[in-house]
Design a protein around this ligand. Structure first.
Ligand SMILES: Cc1ncc(COP(=O)(O)O)c(C=O)c1O
Length: 413
């Protein structure tokens, strides 16, 4: 190894694995899925692969949104840094929270800040609150970003399992007192990725009480909040007292088919928003004004989300029917575009699946159906309603074909 390479290897921070960075040969979940897909396609070049593992919309943003970006991108006044965001976006976010979630009384200057997608927003929060030894409570299975960054700063991640028998809500009543004494953040995500569970108003009321009693801030990741199938979408901030203890991250990624546009916002408690804005100001210089303005158009047209939602509802209903016809126990989720179902333990007279990953690999290799396995708390697979299909008749054809493939064996549960 050349000398200069060896000294670079020795400089990696401990949080990156120190001088062992890049030497870990473990193949992680998403890489395994990618490799299995590639191998399945090579082995069956003429067979259609159905990708039910995708975590983002299969369609592009609506034409009205695209048109605003086109027009605004051509204006010289939109060229510069936007720092912590333009006023129109903050005001549109406040109106959106009122119109869609019934959250009143937000001040665009104090309670809102845009972010370049909610992922970097979540990544920045630990820098505001976490010192070495501080605890963040995270629900698992889940979206890990905020916990990863808390760990980078010497924080301790304590996982709260999401169990089906508890409707995938965490048990806040049985956390050790010494953990609670060190806890600064409770991270929640409802509607939940991957379980599709929604929170109830009663649960959010319990969260407010829990946070107040234990002097904890609540970060509620609302990336799927507007995609709710049962009744009106629910915001944590609509619960009395929530504004005193927490914030929500809302994103246009899933609700408006805008994943690549990178636009989201933090909303809620003014002091948390202020602390966040301070860190963000030292990390980036704001999203392109033309994208924020296209975001304003989107936020002013929540009927776009309602239309997208109906597409997912139609697809999820077909998926539930197909899976249940071959023995699964699938139910329409409360929200999101995910269907989270218990993995079978094997095939009658054939293979045994010790983990959901075993089952997921079997589905890709033998049936050309890609899913995402979750083995953190029980053995489940996630089917996503964002599979590529251009219209409802194609959706029906695909689901019929998936059903045919799945019924070629008898799964044991
Ligand atoms: C739970 C959850 N939070 C946040 C994000 C990130 O979304 P964004 O595109 O706003 O960064 C995702 C994306 O998959 C997600 O599933």
């Amino acid at each position: 190894m050349p000398d200069d390479e060896s000294y670079i290897q020795s400089l990696f921070a401990q949080r990156m694995g120190g001088d062992q960075f890049g030497k870990d040969t473990t193949i992680y979940k998403f890489e395994k899925i990618k490799r299995a897909k590639r191998a399945a396609l090579e082995a069956n070049p003429d067979k259609e692969l159905f990708d039910m593992g995708v975590g983002e919309p299969d369609e592009m943003a609506y034409p009205g949104v695209v048109k605003v970006l086109q027009e605004e991108a051509a204006k010289p006044e939109n060229r510069g840094y936007t720092d912590n965001g333009i006023q129109e976006f903050k005001s549109a976010a406040v109106n959106y929270m009122k119109n869609v979630f019934g959250v009143n009384g937000l001040d665009p200057d104090k309670n809102v800040n845009h972010t370049i997608g909610s992922k970097p927003g979540l990544a920045m929060i630990p820098a505001v609150y976490i010192d070495p030894g501080d605890v963040i409570l995270m629900t698992v299975p889940g979206y890990p970003v905020i916990g990863t960054h808390a760990g980078f700063l010497g924080g301790e991640v304590v996982n709260l399992p999401l169990l089906e028998e508890n409707n995938f809500l965490p048990d806040l009543k049985n956390i050790d007192a010494d953990i609670l004494a060190r806890t600064k953040i409770l991270y929640l995500n409802y509607p939940n990725n991957p379980t599709g569970a929604t929170a109830t108003r009663e649960f959010f009321e319990e969260v407010v009480e829990f946070a107040r009693k234990n002097k904890i801030i609540v970060i509620q990741d609302a990336a799927y909040a507007a995609l709710t199938y049962t009744g009106k979408p629910l915001s944590f901030l609509s619960v009395p007292g929530a504004m005193e203890v927490g914030v929500e991250f809302h994103s246009l990624s899933k609700a408006y088919n805008m994943t690549g546009w990178r636009i989201a916002f933090i909303v809620g408690n003014d002091l948390i928003v202020k602390g966040f804005a301070h860190i963000k100001d030292n990390v980036d210089s704001g999203q392109f004004s033309a994208i924020q303005k296209a975001g304003v158009y989107a936020l002013n047209h929540p009927e776009i989300t309602r239309e997208i939602l109906e597409k997912y509802r139609r697809r999820l209903t077909l998926m539930v029917g197909a899976l249940n016809s071959v023995g699964f126990n699938a139910k329409l989720p409360g929200g999101s575009f995910f269907l989270y179902v218990k993995a079978p333990t094997g095939i009658e007279g054939g293979e045994e699946f010790k983990t959901a990953e075993d089952f997921s690999q079997f589905l890709i290799k033998e049936m050309m159906i890609s899913t995402v396995p979750w083995d953190n708390v029980g053995n489940y697979v996630r089917f996503s309603a964002t599979f590529a299909a251009k219209d409802s008749s194609e959706e029906t054809r695909i689901m019929q074909e998936i059903k045919n493939r799945l019924s070629s064996v008898k799964f044991v549960f």
